[in-house]
Ligand binder design. Structure first.
Ligand code: ATP
Ligand code: MG
Length: 649
């Protein structure tokens, strides 16, 4: 398949001289890391405060379980809070919180220290011991971040469960981790209305078969609504944490002490409890937040729109930014409450300079139309980022122009729950970017693209779609799947066992300049009459058509071609559906962009696509629909009814 990658490669966006002159990252970082990786990572680790300095960097003798900085001791929360107060920045705003109904709160680093200390004192009083697991099931309010940091401070391992998940999804995660404590709220605001949350916790852990591990439920009052209550088990945050002492001394823990468990988003199957530890994780979260976002403490106003229920919220709302003394916006609600102007109003109100979001949201903004961003002053923005899916070049350019007015570098960051922090991304001020490409591994990171026989694909071999593999251990790598080391080995380390590479599960290719194009999940690469075509490329071609806002493409089994391409598309606002004529036009657009072989057999115009709560299209369900199969696990879907309505079609 000779794709349009070559054509796309022609539009290269070089960094401006002004940006480059002030950038945190320098081109020399690549060479520095190449010359001595261990020395490079040791230097990055020294950004942090170590109660006991480490003397060894990497121990890979028990591969695939790495140990980084193993004889060092640190406290993750101390690094994110106390040391900024101690260095004289207690009055700097850490969290500029914006509630969905329009309430707001600013917490300085001193405030955060007091809150985290109180929570740590109360959790200690509850009898929580280092290594105990705590489930956090909360909306995006400051107490959620305080709860995470209090756990980190005490060496408790948190497991944040997205507050949009059902009680059964919560229960399976509580049981899997044997959590002793659940921290939640009475309710949460969703599109202007209070919705119960504590009631879901009761459903999850109470009833006829109570969760055996849970001793207490700690409840923050957010909405003030009536809440079911079990005396002895349930406690109010304002009656306990808020009354506790705000003095607490942080103890140091081993660098390999488990910091958190996080279940993957379930796009490909049953969620896995990914285990992350402390020193290496914080090192890479902190380093990447600094160089990829070009973050300047005390100057920037940073906003990552993710939820703390996802790894992006862990690494780029909590641990990365706070370890780097960021001032950041935390927003509780959805981008369209009360209307589609909300995100732009927030950018204007707080003077946001760095904005990090997901391609799905950018495509949603495109669908709503550029009049909305154009109605706001976005001139404070100086850097834009994306994560979660390949970004279509069309969406990249729109983001660049409409958000960034052509002025802001875009960092397309590839990483996973498993990798803990960003792995592949441009360095702003250094990298010449190609829209749709995550470009190159960061300094200190090494990846390979390998073929079916696990042979390394050379740069420039543009015809070959390969598998993305990480060939050298990295500090924030996962240390296992909770309670299932066999699944850990099978899932990530068996595919390239001989080479000892980590199998990321994503397809990728190098273009002739050596830029990396992530093509989506390996499961999402189709085989059409022997041609391997990625869903991401066909989707990009469709989204390049003026009528299309969003597209999901799958390979459905086909008697003649092996697989046939089936597309589901959402039209842009205001576009009239002219039926066959429009469909023919879209097929022609794909043929022109990629080749006739990539023309979808069927194109369905639909009002919605099945998405995970983290905003990713669940293609495996669309395959189930297209092939008339029973649906797989739908527990992480936003709205299971969407698939049903597609099935009717
Ligand atoms: P599960 O592993 O349970 O199927 P998931 O892979 O969606 O769920 P995450 O860890 O949240 O869970 O997502 C990581 C995946 O997201 C990557 O493997 C990749 O497929 C995709 N991804 C993330 N960032 C990018 C990016 N910049 N470009 C392309 N794909 C990306
Ligand atoms: Mg995954």
């Amino acid at each position: 398949m000779s794709t349009d990658l070559t054509e796309r490669a022609l539009s290269v966006y070089a960094p401006s001289a002004e940006f480059a002159a002030q950038a945190n990252a320098q081109a020399s970082l690549y060479q520095e890391a190449e010359e001595d990786r261990d020395a490079f990572w040791a230097k990055q680790a020294r950004r942090l405060h170590w109660h006991t300095p480490f003397s060894e960097v990497l121990d890979w003798s028990e591969a695939p379980v790495a140990k980084w900085f193993a004889d060092g001791k640190l406290n993750v929360a101390y690094n994110c809070v106390d040391r900024h107060v101690e260095s004289g920045h207690g009055d700097q705003v850490a969290i500029q919180w914006e509630g969905e109904p329009g309430d707001s709160r600013a917490l300085t680093y001193s405030d955060l220290l007091a809150e985290v200390s109180k929570a740590a004192n109360y959790l200690t009083e509850l009898g929580m011991q280092p290594g105990d697991r705590v489930a956090i099931y909360m909306p995006m309010i400051p107490e959620a971040i305080v709860a995470m940091l209090a756990c980190a401070r005490l060496g408790l391992t948190h497991s944040v469960v997205f507050a949009g998940f059902s009680s059964s999804a919560l229960r399976s995660r509580i049981d899997d981790a044997a959590a002793k404590l659940v921290i939640t709220t009475d309710g949460q605001f969703r599109r202007g209305k209070p919705a119960p949350l504590k009631a879901a916790v009761d459903d999850a852990i109470g009833g006829d078969t109570p969760a055996p591990s849970v001793e207490h439920v700690l409840v923050v009052r957010r909405t003030g609504q009536d809440t079911p209550w079990q005396d002895g088990r349930d406690v109010w945050w304002h009656e306990t944490v808020e009354q506790a002492s705000d003095q607490h001394e942080a103890q140091a823990f081993d660098a390999e002490h488990p910091l958190f468990l996080l279940y993957t988003s379930g796009t490909t199957g049953k969620p896995k409890g990914i285990v992350h530890t402390s020193g290496g994780y914080l090192t890479q979260a902190s380093y990447t937040h600094d160089v990829v976002f070009d973050h300047k403490p005390g100057k920037d106003v940073y906003w990552c729109t993710a939820d703390i229920g996802w790894v992006t919220g862990h690494s780029y709302i909590v641990y990365g930014p706070l370890s780097n003394r960021a001032t950041q916006v935390v927003y509780e609600g959805t981008p369209n409450s009360p209307n589609e102007h909300r995100h732009f109003e927030v950018i204007e109100k707080y003077g946001v300079t760095i904005y990090y979001t997901a391609p799905t949201l950018i495509r949603t903004f495109m669908k709503w139309g550029r009049e909305i961003p154009d109605a706001h002053n976005l001139s404070t923005l100086r850097l834009l980022g994306t994560v979660g899916e390949p970004i279509n070049p069309e969406a990249w350019r729109w983001y660049h122009e409409v958000f960034g007015h052509g002025r802001c570098p875009i960092v397309d960051t590839w990483w996973q729950t498993e990798t803990g922090a960003i792995m592949i991304s441009p360095l702003p001020g250094v990298t010449e970017c190609k829209p749709g490409s995550a470009m190159a591994p960061l300094p200190g990171i090494s990846v390979q693209i390998v073929d079916d026989e696990a042979r390394t694909v050379e740069r420039g071999a543009t015809e070959a779609n390969g598998y993305l593999a990480v060939d050298k251990p990295w500090p924030s790598m996962l240390r296992g799947i909770w309670g299932d080391m066999q699944r850990f080995k099978d899932t990530y380390w068996s595919r390239f066992a001989e080479q000892g590479y980590y199998f990321a599960g994503d397809g990728a290719k190098f273009d002739e300049d050596g830029a990396i194009w992530v093509l989506g999940r390996v499961d999402d690469v189709m085989n059409i009459s022997g041609h391997r075509i990625s869903t991401a490329e066909v989707e990009s071609a469709l989204v390049g058509h003026e009528a299309v806002a969003e597209a999901a493409v799958i390979g459905a089994s086909d008697e003649t071609t092996g697989q046939a391409i089936v597309a589901f598309v959402i039209l842009r606002q205001g576009v009239e559906n002219t039926g066959d004529e429009l469909v023919a036009d879209m097929r022609a657009a794909v043929a022109k962009d990629i080749g006739a072989i990539a023309k979808p057999r069927d194109i369905y115009v639909v009002p919605e696509l099945p998405k995970t709560r983290s905003g990713k299209i669940m293609r495996r369900l669309l395959r189930d629909v297209a092939e008339g199969r029973e649906l797989g696990d739908t527990s992480t879907l936003v709205d299971p009814a969407v698939v049903e309505s597609l099935r009717q079609k």
